[in-house]
Write a protein of this length. Structure first.
Length: 137
């Protein structure tokens, strides 16, 4: 087996392993995820992609076309972003990116802990849904 064949075999193994990562792990290895090719193929809801170095997840089934890419159809995609092991609380939280009760997230450089299950509110929108943490846990 040539070194190129061996490298391809390792790449296949690594990509298969990446599909088992949770979002936190996946956010650390964005380069392992596929890029869109505009092939017209079906992308199933939940599929993670590398979009210009940012990990995105399809929020619905969609077709791999230019009009459905994250720049042209941002509502079809969810950002998966972490900082120091905690998710960044986005300005818009979807059902797919909702925070669990007691989950911690970054909002404007401060840590907050969700007081709600399936929390789709930011600390600014619904302060009662979050407890501001005084120090990094």
């Amino acid at each position: 087996m040539s070194i190129v064949d061996e490298a391809r075999e390792y790449r296949t193994f690594i990509e298969a392993k990446a599909s088992t990562f949770d979002d936190k792990e996946a956010s650390q290895v964005v380069k392992l995820y596929p890029k869109l090719s505009e092939s017209g193929e079906l992308i199933k809801a939940g599929t993670r992609i590398n979009w210009n170095g940012i990990l995105k997840r399809a929020s619905v089934d969609l077709w791999d076309t230019e009009e459905n890419n994250p720049d042209n159809a941002p509502a079809l995609w969810e950002d998966i972003e972490y900082r120091d092991g905690y998710r960044i609380i986005p300005d818009v939280i979807t059902v797919g990116t909702a925070f669990a009760k007691n989950e911690i997230g970054w909002w404007e450089n401060e840590l907050y802990q969700s007081t709600l299950d399936a929390n789709v509110f930011t600390p600014q929108m619904y302060p009662a849904g979050w407890n501001k943490l005084s120090e990094v846990i």
